[in-house]
Design a protein around this ligand. Structure first.
Ligand SMILES: C[S@@+](CC[C@H](N)C(=O)[O-])C[C@H]1O[C@@H](n2cnc3c(N)ncnc32)[C@H](O)[C@@H]1O
Length: 269
């Protein structure tokens, strides 16, 4: 099958691409092979050719992760269920003691700040914080939640940071980078990190739905292997100080699921 979106023709023989046109088709996805689901697009009210085109470029360019940029923008508009609590994550609490060379509190870049809960937490410890998110809705909400002068939020893309080389003492990112092209996003975060700067990353390795007869079918694997990730990090001059795996149980409209997670604590050489 060939699909034409704007000027580009996608060939189903060559690229595993699928556009889901009706709400009813969403149901059919549940019966498909699990790896197919990450190539599916669900309908939404702003279902326009340019959006489909951007989304298809993502999936056909080998983007890793189970959420594309378009998925995130839509999720923020429709159901940001993860964005309701302002309680800082347990991981954020591990990153409050960073100090810059001159012994003032170090500067922190948060990539994928969501509603701003962790950036604001760092700000309360006295850090200068820049929180970025691909979603304008997220940034609007984070700005609304923030009252601190040392915390700033703006729209930005993990794969193309606007900041100068060596500009932050620490980079923090929770539940974000696995859905980016990590060759780009890891390169970018390493670039903006100062020498000896620290990074704390929290990445999903896979998600399995439970209490669901189709659970094996409803399993999403993020497209990276931990060994390859280690190489990508060290290749970008990020020394691995510590790493550990953990699990998190969560629930959304599709039911309960367990995320397998890897946490990296890194230092720029
Ligand atoms: C699961 S949420 C986590 C939000 C926040 N870190 C937290 O824990 O509350 C993932 C966030 O990453 C953002 N995001 C996804 N891709 C991004 C990219 N390429 N650059 C910046 N942010 C991105 C999404 O819009 C979303 O707000």
């Amino acid at each position: 099958m060939k699909v034409k979106v704007n000027d580009r023709v996608y060939d189903g023989e060559l690229e595993p691409v699928m556009v889901i046109l009706t709400a009813q088709d969403k149901e059919n996805i549940r019966n498909m092979l699990p790896h197919c689901t990450r190539y599916c697009m669900y309908p939404s009210e702003d279902y326009k050719a340019d959006k489909i085109s951007a989304w298809m470029t993502d999936v056909t360019s080998g983007k890793s992760g189970d959420m594309s940029r378009e998925d995130w923008l839509r999720a923020w508009r429709e159901d940001p269920h993860w964005a309701t609590s302002m309680k800082p994550s347990p991981l954020a609490k591990e990153l409050v003691s960073i100090e810059a060379d001159n012994k003032t509190k170090g500067s922190i870049l948060e990539i994928g700040c969501g509603n701003g809960r962790d950036s604001i937490h760092f700000g309360k410890q006295g850090h200068y914080v820049m929180g970025i998110d691909i979603s304008p809705e997220a940034v609007k909400l984070a700005k609304r939640n923030n009252k601190l002068d040392n915390v700033h939020f703006e729209v930005g893309d993990a794969e193309k940071l606007r900041f100068d080389t060596s500009s932050f003492d620490a980079v923090y990112s929770l539940s974000v980078l696995h859905s980016t092209k990590m060759e780009k996003s890891i390169g970018e975060l390493a670039r903006v990190l100062k020498k000896k700067g620290l990074a704390l990353l929290y990445l999903y390795i896979k998600t399995v739905y439970i209490d669901d007869e189709d659970k094996e079918k409803r399993r999403t694997e993020v497209n990276f292997k931990v060994g390859e990730m280690d190489k990508l990090l060290t290749g970008n001059k990020l020394q691995i100080l510590d790493k550990y795996k953990t699990e998190l149980e969560d629930e959304d409209e599709d039911g309960k699921h367990i995320h397998s997670i890897i946490v990296y604590f890194l230092r720029k050489k």
